[in-house]
Design a protein. Structure first.
Length: 645
């Protein structure tokens, strides 16, 4: 392309015969294709960690990675096929030089003096960059950790849990009282609550668990200064009822948690063992240890004991005296408590069975059950207690098992603190207790923390491989390990702005933030490669003009040509940066559902683009200059790479 654009600047391109013009375009495209190939590999390699994400994070970010990859592949094909054709059609006639562009002149007038100052104070410039990098490290380390940024779904799911032996009438009363209290808050639009489970095998909720969906009004109708957290705290204070443990979450994330981990809160401590009573005892100890930890909210133990059962033990000697059988007594009990099918009604194409049993008040009264009449052939009706012992006993309200082991769970949500530090403090408190667990019993952390650990493990495992792939790609592009390393240095300096942006915006580290940094890697390396290409091109011009020896080339010559290579192609470098910024900055002012996840992705990219651009425009030429001066001083000549992109 260099020859092509030189012809254009000389205003002689239109005089070249068609055959020669096509030959120049063909030669230039051969030079470009190699650069396009390696650039595409670098960008795709930078997204490799996103491709290897699994679970929720994989389902969320795989479309982003695939879209980016397919766009790059199609773009690379168009660059080497369609672009030359368009050039041959439209690039004819007289063309103005770059210096005739007023924007380019203004940029160079600002950039050249600034770069000269940085070259004069090169150690100070490099020291400032290194200092900024060192400061960013503790800033990154001080950030909290979470799996995904909390997505505001626009509604609230209230999930209180009461005692497992609660009656239907009592849970109905609790549900009605709670709905009235929730509806009294001005920001609440509608309230819909249910207790127990639906008539389906996929819903195993006990009668003691209530689910209430709270729909909120638009934020424009909220009281001034009120946030969603304020509304949840206000509702939580109003709904403090004896025997009821409150739980606050959101409908969509709750279903996702329950389907993926079996935990309906942010974090759950699973206690595995062989005996339900022992599991329940250790679960209570875990709860006691977790109480008082900052950030732990809605803490409660999933009840695995305490369910009430009616035991009816038939007296076989007595039923023989009354000339009854076991089936006779069981039929009476089944009809009274379980219900007996009487008939089936037909309404059009629908069929409904009609069952009959005693009323709820009668079934809940142990004395009434004892007086239940059993018909005999010789003695007439007799009370049920004459032929059976009737008593109440305790047992598990619902048996949970996982991996062929009985399981109990201590559940809690995390609010007003990041997930990672909260769980780490909780684990530190439970370390001593874990050594006291009997043989066959152990603890396991689940919920969002389980997803966090899985995502971090994947990223830590693949990131070194990504850096190796990028380095190897740049080595084959430059045929020089030094030049490849020079471009790779851009990555940590690109992280400076991303770290500052994330820190001052108050965002925790998450998979979304990691994806933003990953996208920044490719952009920073790509921009750095462009600078190194033009700097090497300037060295080629210097060697072609003065030769390549210490006697013909001076340090002043190297400095001027480095300055020329950095400044003369300033506009395409800034265009690369501006295109990224113009597309990302508006997201910072976005609102509505989904913006909570998008902002952590673009924050490191916006900040990183600024700092990587400063490093590439000011520091990369200085490092390149210092390396060439070192080559001239030690070897008597400079290394010139034939980088034809």
């Amino acid at each position: 392309m260099k020859n092509l654009f030189r012809k254009i600047r000389d205003n002689s391109y239109y005089k070249i015969p068609k055959e020669e013009r096509l030959a120049i375009i063909e030669q230039s495209c051969k030079q470009v294709s190699r650069g396009v190939f390696f650039s595409t590999i670098i960008i795709i390699a930078s997204f490799l960690p996103v491709f290897l994400l699994t679970g929720q994070e994989g389902k969320l970010f795989h479309p982003l990675a695939y879209t980016k990859t397919f766009i790059l592949l199609v773009d690379a094909i168009l660059v080497v096929t369609l672009a030359p054709v368009l050039i041959s059609f439209f690039m004819k006639g007289k063309f103005r030089s770059e210096n005739a562009n007023p924007v380019n002149r203004v940029l160079e007038r600002v950039y050249e003096p600034l770069l000269r100052i940085c070259m004069k104070w090169r150690k100070t410039t490099i020291g400032i960059n290194i200092l900024a990098l060192i400061i960013s490290i503790p800033m990154i380390m001080s950030l909290g950790r979470e799996f995904m940024p909390p997505l505001d779904e626009g509604s609230i799911l209230f999930m209180p849990v009461t005692l497992p032996d609660v009656s239907n009438s009592e849970v109905k009363r609790i549900l009605q009282v709670q709905d009235k209290l929730i509806a009294s808050v001005p920001e609440v639009k509608n309230v819909l609550g249910k207790a127990g489970r639906a008539n389906t095998a996929t819903d195993n909720s006990p009668i003691s668990m209530i689910e209430t969906i709270v729909l909120l009004k638009p934020k424009s109708e909220w009281r001034k200064g009120k946030t969603k957290e304020d509304i949840i705290n206000e509702l939580n204070n109003k709904l403090q009822m004896p025997g009821v443990t409150n739980g606050w979450t959101q409908p969509i994330i709750n279903r996702i948690n329950m389907l993926s981990t079996g935990i309906r809160t942010d974090v759950g401590v699973k206690v595995y063992g062989q005996n339900l009573d022992t599991i329940a005892a250790f679960s209570q100890k875990v709860k006691q240890e977790l109480q008082g930890i900052t950030g732990v909210k809605d803490l409660y133990v999933e009840p695995i004991t305490g369910g009430k059962y009616i035991d009816i033990a038939i007296k076989r000697e007595e039923i023989g005296r009354y000339d009854l059988t076991v089936d006779d007594v069981n039929n009476i009990v089944e009809s009274a408590l379980g219900g007996v099918r009487l008939t089936t009604t037909v309404e059009g194409r629908q069929r409904f069975s009609v069952n009959a049993r005693f009323a709820q008040d009668f079934r809940d009264d142990l004395g009434a059950l004892k007086r239940l009449q059993v018909q005999t052939s010789q003695f007439g009706p007799i009370p049920l207690e004459a032929v059976a012992d009737i008593s109440l006993s305790e047992g598990p309200p619902m048996i949970n098992s996982e991996n062929a082991l009985l399981r109990g769970t201590v559940l809690f949500n995390v609010r007003d603190r990041d997930l990672g530090s909260t769980v780490e403090e909780a684990q530190a408190r439970l370390n001593n207790m874990m050594t006291k667990l009997p043989k066959g019993y152990f603890l396991e952390w689940s919920g969002q923390y389980e997803n966090l650990i899985r995502g971090e493990k994947t990223l830590k495992m693949i990131m070194p491989l990504v850096l190796v792939i990028i380095f190897v790609s740049m080595y084959f592009a430059f045929h020089s390990a030094r030049e490849a390393l020079l471009s790779l240095i851009t990555i940590p300096f690109a992280l400076i702005g991303g770290a500052y942006m994330v820190y001052f915006w108050g965002v925790n580290l998450s998979v979304a933030v990691a994806v933003g940094f990953i996208a920044l890697f490719g952009l920073a390396v790509e921009t750095g490669i462009v600078m190194v290409i033009y700097l090497n091109d300037a060295m080629q011009q210097l060697v072609a003009l003065k030769g390549n020896s210490r006697e013909t080339i001076t340090r002043e010559d190297i400095r001027e040509y480095v300055l020329h290579g950095a400044a003369k192609r300033l506009r395409p470098k800034l265009m690369t940066v501006c295109v990224a910024l113009f597309g990302l900055v508006p997201i910072l002012w976005s609102s509505g559902v989904g913006s909570d996840v998008m902002k952590p992705i673009v924050l490191p990219m916006i900040g990183g683009v600024f700092t990587s651009s400063i490093h590439i425009l000011l520091v990369t030429p200085i490092i390149f200059l210092m390396s060439k001066e070192y080559e001239l001083r030690k070897y008597g000549k400079i290394e010139v790479l034939d980088v034809k992109h």
